[in-house]
Design a binder for this molecule. Structure first.
Ligand SMILES: [Zn+2]
Length: 351
């Protein structure tokens, strides 16, 4: 009898060795300790023994039961520990591991340049205004000292708005055009009737052109300052400030006499070449200088068109392309200006 109990303990031990989870352990527990289990059926057999034998066998049976209970309790603890460990492993987070960054976009290089130009002029009190992109002939040409049959108007190669049924493209201020420059802001600003004027107008402009250095749609920025006693010295100071702020502190500007209809005197503004430091011997510049754009003192006829008295007030204006200015800053990164509008991410991501 005793031997049978010892065997039962050994069987239980073997069964427990194979146990890996709670369910398997429960099955072993039922098999050995359950009401219809192995131990219970052995106990039943005790009934057939004599009183003397019962005493001894009963003792062994109890010891066996205790032993099996202990073994199962131990196995339970072991499984609980393992479960705890797996849970901790699963939930463990390495806070020092590098994160996964989402793919971040940024403003288009042209938008960045517009923002930067606006900020540079805001520093010296230029207010950002926005003149219409489609405007009357009067604001685009005539008020700027370019009468209807003047040959200067041919230079612009303007897009005119077509008349359609029920939509007039002609009024008392002439025909409607897609603005070929941002100078339409000049007289519009004067008409507001407030001095001093210190404005910057950055806008889309349109011309019939498309080649490596021109696109049919591009951006210009226009500066205008009008007050009593404004001189060329102010113009030069503002342009010098812009060149140093936008391109770098070592850049110089120079004014070359030129002719525009809406300014008198007029200038072409050059900036010293950044590639050769203004020394000359270089592929990009002409003898150390790069052409930035036009500027000048506002023509008396333009002041008059804006309702101002040229005897009392004076002012200066300047304006040139945002794309061109950006190309001059970025240099060889942009060798064909049309790439700015091709939405090629390989290009755009460089900025
Ligand atoms: Zn150069």
């Amino acid at each position: 009898m005793q031997e049978t109990f010892t065997q039962l303990i050994e069987q239980c031990k073997d069964a427990l060795k194979a146990v890996r989870d709670r369910a398997a352990l429960e099955a072993v527990e039922i098999k050995f300790l359950g009401r219809k289990g192995e131990l219970a059926s052995l106990m039943k057999q005790l009934a057939t023994l004599s009183d003397e034998e019962k005493k001894i066998a009963g003792k062994v049976a109890n010891e066996t039961k205790e032993k099996i209970e202990q073994m199962i309790a131990k196995a339970k603890e072991k499984i609980a520990r393992e479960e705890e460990k797996t849970r901790a492993d699963r939930e463990w987070v390495d806070v020092t591991a590098p994160g996964v960054f989402p793919n971040e976009g940024h403003l288009h290089p042209i938008s960045q340049a517009i923002q930067e130009i606006t900020d540079v002029f805001a520093q010296i009190g230029f207010v950002s205004v926005r003149a219409p992109e489609i405007d009357w002939d009067w604001y685009v040409f005539e008020s700027l000292n370019m009468p209807p049959d003047h040959p200067a108007r041919d230079d612009w190669e303007t897009f005119f708005i077509a008349e359609t049924k029920g939509q007039k493209a002609r009024g008392e201020k002439g025909r409607l055009v897609l603005t070929p420059h941002t100078s339409n802001a000049q007289v519009r600003e004067m008409e507001k009737g407030k001095l001093p004027i210190r404005m910057i107008n950055i806008n889309r402009t349109y011309r019939r052109q498309s080649d490596p250095s021109h696109t049919p749609m591009f951006h210009q920025f226009e500066g205008l300052v009008i007050d009593e006693g404004i001189t060329i010295a102010h113009l030069k100071g503002v342009l010098d400030y812009f060149a140093k702020s936008f391109f770098g502190p070592d850049r110089q500007i120079r004014l070359r006499p030129h002719h525009f209809r809406f300014t008198e005197p007029s200038f072409e503004v050059d900036i010293s070449c950044g590639a050769c430091g203004g020394k000359g011997a270089c592929r990009i510049c002409k003898a150390g200088w790069l052409e930035l754009g036009g500027a000048g003192m506002v023509h008396p006829n333009v002041l008059k068109a804006g309702g101002l008295d040229p005897e009392k007030v004076s002012g200066f204006a300047f304006g040139w392309g945002v794309e061109r200015t950006l190309v001059m800053k970025e240099g060889t990164k942009i060798d064909d200006i049309r790439i700015l509008y091709k939405n090629d991410l390989r290009f755009i991501k460089q900025f």
